[in-house]
Design a protein around this ligand. Structure first.
Ligand code: F6R
Length: 605
């Protein structure tokens, strides 16, 4: 949700604009309402170019790539405070245009600050909260405080979760602050840069400094100083070599990141399973779940659907009932009842989702619930706050819709449930066999399903309204299918437990009304019954399941999944619904990597 990037070179760099634009392209998944680049030249002059639109459009209109500079600041906006227009685009100048700054996140007391700063004589030019960051620092800097002290004073006035980058015309350095939103520092040869996320840094350098909340950094081209925002004391921390590969930030031979990432799934699942087989944290994780009074699986969106899948696996394999909770709802629904012996398994691709971080902060404040994290982005807020964390090992996910991280979330849950079953002396899955077989099954599905999914997408792409019903183990995948279709096709698609459909929604069925049905062969009895409730009313029931003559006979149409063992059917079904949503999206002329109105990292409430 908004992306920032800042870089300092030793000398004027004619390629500054190109570097900023590339960084912006790498962060596009964080926001694409507007974009801006501000540069400082060696002679003390500045330039600021910004407007609405995607980075390529704004670059075309304003020649962002042609900018030179010794320091640069770039921001991509996902609008919250103020319309997505040029005035509200970031970065912002201070009153006398001696500073350029930008932020991501939310300054929740923006309207009070606007009034206050205007009353104090500041020139407030926009409705945007990012501008408040600049005035807050300017206010104290202009009183003669050193820059670092002005940053500390400003942080006391700014309420909310944010990260920012800012510089002034006098010294060749930038300041960057982390207060609840993600931020990383990259240390290269002859430059240092900061960014809200790693894809924009890894191209330039893999030497990364993880920054914690409540820290700010002053950096030049050759050195950096980390300080605590409360009292300014200096914190020593060296950079580390990131294991992530910059190639993941490129589409390669694929037309979209979404398709590339769907195709990466067999390899990423194999990487995860090998990692888990060797990890010591798995035991710690499983022990904590085993001993807990109650286990909550907490997440938002797609990650929440993975938690639903986790609940099936824990229930069926390990005979452990768990409570699945939407992160945004957790505090209201369960907050008062959480005790010190409860475990919260918090799941997030980004590790920054505000709804989830609110839950974690709440539990920490009340000293209840042990926080276990399942997260893809290392160094993220969730990872830092977790007592134990397990990484998803999916590498960078560039497409806004989550695909390979969802797959690894459900693979992770299957593995953990199998381990817990072992611990409880229950017959279950052999994890070594899982590691050997599952990636192969995912690959086989990819190969077999591509053409049938393309054909089904051709049939369904123009449909504005449909249902996706799942039974048993495949219910969470039906929910995920509906979310993906809404997200990248812009059609209304409702996901539901298939036995619920008759309790009201059935009235929507008319001649040819399309409904996708997902289920295992073991559940075919129920699936067939629910299919018939639709077909006898002339609805079109499209079954997605492993081969079954009975299902085929009863459904209007069928897309067969390859032969995979019962517990792995959700993984095969996941590949199919992802490909279906992808092909429907492309057939409609939508760019599935960047669906309208959506940001990949949602750091607002
Ligand atoms: C949809 C999607 C979102 C995220 C949700 C939570 O494709 O990606 O629904 O799953 O915003 O994000 P994380 O997993 O980063 O907490």
């Amino acid at each position: 949700m908004c992306g920032i990037f800042g870089i300092v070179y030793e000398k004027e760099n004619p390629a500054m604009g190109a570097v900023l634009v590339k960084a912006g392209q790498r962060l596009t998944y964080r926001g694409y309402d507007s974009v801006g680049c501000g540069v400082f030249h060696e002679d003390g002059s500045t330039e600021l170019r910004k407007d609405t639109g995607k980075i390529e459009d704004v670059d075309r209109r304003y020649s962002l790539s042609s900018l030179s500079g010794v320091r640069g600041v770039m921001q991509l906006r996902w609008a919250t405070f103020g319309l997505p227009d040029q005035r509200n685009a970031q970065p912002h100048y201070d009153c006398d245009k001696n500073m350029i700054g930008a932020h991501n996140g939310n300054i929740v007391n923006t309207s009070q600050l606007q009034e206050k700063y205007r009353a104090e004589g500041h020139t407030v030019r926009s409705d945007n909260d990012g501008e408040m960051v600049v005035h807050a620092i300017e206010k104290h800097y202009d009183k003669g405080l050193p820059f670092e002290q002005a940053v500390i004073e400003a942080a006391r006035e700014l309420e909310g979760d944010y990260a920012c980058v800012i510089g002034d015309i006098y010294t060749n350095r930038l300041f960057t602050v982390k207060m609840g939103s993600s931020l990383f520092l990259g240390v290269g040869e002859g430059f240092i840069c900061c960014s809200s996320d790693l894809p924009s840094i890894l191209d330039l350098t893999r030497q990364i400094v993880v920054i914690n909340d409540g820290e700010f950094i002053e950096f030049s081209a050759t050195s950096y100083t980390i300080r605590d925002i409360r009292d300014g004391h200096v914190i020593e921390r060296a950079s580390e070599l990131s294991p992530l590969s910059p190639e993941n930030a490129d589409k390669g031979e694929f037309p979209h990141f979404m398709l590339k990432e769907i195709h990466e799934q067999p390899k990423k699942a194999a990487d995860l399973l090998h990692f888990l087989e060797a990890s010591r944290e798995v035991d710690e994780f499983v022990n904590a779940i085993h001993k807990a009074r109650r286990v909550f699986l907490v997440a938002s969106g797609t990650s929440y659907h993975a938690c639903l899948q986790g609940a099936y696996y824990f229930g069926k394999l390990a005979q452990l009932p768990v409570c699945v909770a939407i992160a945004g709802q957790f505090i209201d629904l369960f907050g008062d009842t959480v005790g010190p012996d409860d475990v919260l398994v918090c799941v997030s691709q980004s590790g920054e989702t505000k709804d989830l971080i609110n839950v974690v902060n709440y539990c920490k404040r009340k000293q209840v619930g042990r926080i276990l994290g399942i997260v893809n982005v290392l160094g993220s807020s969730l990872m830092i706050r977790s007592e134990v964390h397990l990484p998803l090992v999916s590498d960078l996910e560039m497409s806004v819709p989550a695909t390979k991280t969802f797959m690894n979330q459900i693979v992770m849950f299957l593995y953990l449930a199998a381990k817990l079953a072992q611990k409880r002396g229950l017959p279950g899955l052999n994890t070594a066999a899982l590691t050997a077989d599952l990636p192969r099954y995912i690959k086989e599905t990819l190969t077999k399903a591509e053409t049938p999914c393309r054909d089904l997408a051709e049939q369904l792409h123009a449909v504005e309204d449909l249902y996706c019903l799942g039974y048993g183990l495949c219910h969470p995948i039906a929910m995920e299918a509906a979310l993906k279709i809404k997200e990248v096709v812009y059609s209304h698609c409702e996901g539901m437990y298939s036995s619920e459909f008759k309790h009201g929604p059935l009235s929507i069925v008319t001649e040819g009304y399309p409904i996708l049905f997902l289920g295992t062969r073991e559940d075919s009895g129920m699936l067939i019954s629910h299919i018939n409730e639709v077909t006898c009313r002339n609805g079109k029931a499209i079954a997605i399941s492993p081969a079954s003559p009975e299902i085929r006979k009863n459904a209007s149409q069928m897309l067969e999944l390859p032969e995979v063992p019962y517990y792995m059917v959700p993984m095969a079904a996941t590949v199919v619904i992802q490909l279906l949503a992808y092909f429907m999206s492309v057939r409609r002329g939508i760019d599935p990597d960047f669906p309208r109105n959506i940001s990949k990292t949602l750091t607002v409430d």
